[in-house]
Design a binder for this molecule. Structure first.
Ligand SMILES: [Zn+2]
Length: 218
């Protein structure tokens, strides 16, 4: 069992597909979870179908969706760090690292969850994972929390192998689907919004497992 889990991801909705079930599972075991979301995804191009957001209202809408997603998962400690969407790779590295470092210092997590640097498709995802790994690598070895990374670039298994952590989250599909559905402006496929009926078996096959790579520090 973990002491405290810190999740560091750049965008509202990054928590939904890959890790919501794992977080719900840990919360159900009584492990506290803090989610640090670097941006509000305010540069996103999806405005809902039919559109209900505008360039002006999108940040507030995505903030509310993020809060709803956290409620669905059971996360009570959400930190919105206020960095700029699509700009993480250009942010002041010292500021980024010190923000993450301050959270680690405050919370003393036994596990940190983030994206696998270099294998997470979007530049913000990679830059977020890099900042987490860089910050933790800078700690004395005995003080480093474990790091579990999410990877999904096309070639990732050739480079980093198979994931070493597989969580069966079938008991927490309800929380996960509610988290996905909370991001109404972003996920428009009818099946994700619950408009298309799926059998439990289909949902379990598609969403019932979550995979992580334990980051190996040199
Ligand atoms: Zn993202």
């Amino acid at each position: 069992m973990e002491r405290h889990i810190l999740v560091v991801l750049p965008h509202p909705d990054d928590e939904s597909f890959g890790i919501a079930g794992t977080l719900a599972m840990h919360l159900n075991n009584g492990t506290p979870v803090t989610y640090a979301c670097l941006t509000l995804g305010e540069m996103g191009r999806n405005m809902g179908i039919p559109p209900f957001a505008t360039r002006v209202t999108l940040p507030e809408i995505r903030k509310q969706e993020l809060e709803a997603s956290c409620r669905a998962i059971g996360i009570k400690d959400l930190r919105m760090l206020g960095f700029h969407d699509k700009m993480i790779e250009f942010e002041d590295q010292e500021l980024l690292d010190s923000s993450i470092g301050a959270l680690i210092e405050e919370l003393d997590p036994s596990l940190v969850i983030t994206f696998y640097p270099g294998y997470a498709v979007h530049p913000d995802h990679d830059a977020c994972g890099e900042a987490v790994v860089r910050t933790i690598a800078g700690l004395p070895e005995a003080k480093r929390p474990k790091v579990h990374c999410v990877a999904f670039s096309r070639d990732h298994e050739q480079a980093i192998g198979r994931p070493d952590v597989e969580n069966d989250i079938r008991d927490f599909l309800k929380q996960k689907m509610s988290s996905i559905q909370a991001h109404r402006s972003q996920f428009q496929a009818a099946e994700l919004l619950g408009k298309k009926k799926h059998t439990d078996k289909e949902l379990q096959a598609r969403f019932g497992k979550e995979h992580f790579w334990t980051y190996r520090f040199e």
